[in-house]
Design a protein around this ligand. Structure first.
Ligand code: NAP
Ligand code: ZN
Ligand code: ZN
Length: 347
């Protein structure tokens, strides 16, 4: 075991603060990373504040991790000390169930192990995430990253990137599709970049007027202010696909009504309140309402390789870890363009 500096939330109502954790000794297939950057996902905030009701304290958030390999177990083939590498939202799964065999580890029937706030499969404890100096994980859950892209801009791909890439690919969004991306935050800005790169006609659906210029700069073809009732009406039965990334409770029906016949709305945003959806909003145009969770390991690697090949990264504001609590407040106000990333040298 080695003692590692980290930042943790000790309760739902106290700030994130310095905290020491133990990282395990390397097992034969383990990789140890020195963490260089870690993105700040809204899921970190939901979890730190127990908004989903499942937080085990103290919790060390962070699942958009990039770093450098400092040590590997004696059976590790894929990595060696000195390599750049990354870890996303999961660090283990059973590898035996049908989903794991298909590369859908995030839906492991025996329970995937999240990078933080999860029980290790061997009962050895709770996982701690990337707001820390180092992390140890099985090589199967460690990803390769390009040395051509700036690392701080790559970190958010590990959650915001894959969470938007996976549903866009699963529902085969491509040239000619009319796509709405709802919510311009960490996930939303990656959703816009990826959907545009897949050839779709992309409309940014946002409740913040000041984000219009950014939406266009990110590649969106259109911008719709979702508080403008007339404009909303003009988009009824318009989209093939809507990706909902909103973190706060909102009315899903406004957007379901924007789907045309056979259109699909996929929820990735995860507010703590349940959705109220009259069946008729789905029945009348044979619309679908679905959800999607991050992505599997092979698909995450595919996304990282795709982003490297197409020069796609996240727009980030790099922060000192001491400013983590203030950045949570700013994220809640939508005051982030478009992802905070912690420089781990400040820990
Ligand atoms: P974020 O950066 O805070 O962005 C959320 C966006 O939602 C905001 O920028 C804002 O966009 C919109 N929004 C916020 N409050 C709103 C309100 N009251 N009404 C309407 N719109 C509002 O968050 P994020 O990191 O992208 O995460 C978004 C959500 O996805 C979170 O709930 C997170 O937990 C979840 N998530 C899910 C997965 C998954 O696997 N499914 C993975 C990662 C994250 P506008 O200003 O443009 O309206
Ligand atoms: Zn996340
Ligand atoms: Zn499994």
């Amino acid at each position: 075991m080695s003692t590692v500096k980290a930042y943790a939330a000790k309760s739902a109502t106290t700030p994130i603060e310095p905290f020491n954790i133990e990282r395990r000794e390397l097992k034969p297939h383990d990789v140890q990373l020195e963490i260089l950057y870690c993105g700040v996902c809204h899921s970190d905030l939901h979890t730190a504040r127990n908004e989903w009701g499942n937080t085990m304290y103290p919790v060390v958030p962070g699942h958009e991790i990039v770093g450098r390999v400092i040590k590997v177990g004696n059976h590790v083939k894929k990595y060696k000390a000195g390599d750049l590498a990354a870890i996303g939202c999961l660090v283990d799964s059973c590898r035996e169930c049908d989903n794991c065999k298909e590369g859908l580890e995030q839906y492991c029937s025996n329970g995937m192990v999240g990078t933080y706030n999860a029980h290790e499969r061997d009962g050895s404890g709770i996982t701690y995430g990337g707001y820390s100096k180092q992390i140890v994980a099985h090589e199967d859950f460690v990803l390769k990253i390009s040395d051509k892209l700036p690392l701080e801009n790559v970190a958010p791909l590990l959650c915001a990137g894959i969470t938007t890439y996976s549903p866009l690919r699963h529902w085969k969004v491509s040239k000619g599709d009319k796509v709405g991306i709802l919510g311009l935050g960490g996930l939303g800005h990656m959703g816009v970049k990826l959907a545009v790169s897949f050839g779709a006609e992309v409309t940014m659906l946002s409740h913040t007027p000041s984000k219009e210029a950014d939406a266009k700069r990110l590649g969106a073809h259109k911008f719709l202010l979702t508080t403008d009732k007339e404009k909303v009406k003009s988009m009824h039965n318009y989209f093939d696909f809507i990706l909902d990334t909103v973190s706060a409770p909102h009315d899903y029906n406004i957007y379901l009504n924007m789907l045309k016949t056979n259109g699909v709305m996929v929820c990735v945003g995860a507010p703590s309140e349940p959705a109220h959806i009259p069946a008729f909003n789905l029945i009348m145009q044979r619309r679908s309402f679905a959800g999607s969770l991050i992505g599997g390991i092979a698909e995450t690697q595919e996304m990282l390789d795709y982003c490297a090949a197409h020069n796609i990264t996240s727009d980030v504001e790099v922060i000192n870890i001491k400013d983590i609590n203030e950045s949570y407040e700013r994220m809640l106000k939508g005051d982030v363009r478009y992802r905070f990333v912690i420089d781990m040298a400040t820990l």
